[in-house]
Design a protein around this ligand. Sequence first.
Ligand SMILES: *Cc1c(COP(=O)(O)O)cnc(C)c1O
Length: 225
Amino acid sequence: MSAAGDDLDAMVAERLAAVRERIANAGGVGVSVLPVTKLFSIDHCRAAHRAGCSAVGENYAQEVVAKFAGERPLFAVHFIGQLQTNKVRLLAPLIDVYESVDRASLVAELAKRVPGAAVLLQVACADEPGKGGCALAAVPALLETAVSAGLDVRGLMTVGPTVGGPEAARAGFRAVRSLCDRLRLAVCSMGMTDDLEVGVQEGSTQVRVGSALFGERPVSAGSVR
Ligand SMILES: *Cc1c(COP(=O)(O)O)cnc(C)c1O
């Protein structure tokens, strides 16, 4: 491996240890870290894998194809971005878990193209448009639709508010965790770089972390390849 590759591996391993320490300090036990590699190179994905992560999270369909279509990676790829129904076919061979399922039309398309797909239902816990997510009250019905369609629903995912700081996420996170328990779903994906402590304190089982592991995200994917 190149010296630059060694440096990247060392940096990511060190930062992952720091993230795990933040999780432990927040009282988290058995919380998994999903490294969010959107706009970072496949070398960043590999570094996270070598540091011990079994999956990465990606947001953009075209980027997933560009990064992973050539050769099936050794790690799993979770789709965490807003998912257009017409992108499902393209993604089907490349994605292991769809974490952003938030509407019946998407459930139907996944059931058709990826029978039995492993999914999380994305819940809107912040009152902010443009992020996707199903209203909290509509989740039980969406779960029923997804289960009837044969999808393997593993849990819920939510994104905290962009404004107001980490504490602004607390009430929404608590509501999502409580819904997870009520629906007997095992996975509760909440918390990112800025609000992972709040996520963990409110019962997250998976934090999705990008900048704390890889640094500031490049503006476009082209600049890191
Ligand atoms: C980008 C992104 C993350 C990671 O964000 P960071 O603040 O870099 O940790 C987590 N979840 C989703 C859905 C994202 O789009």
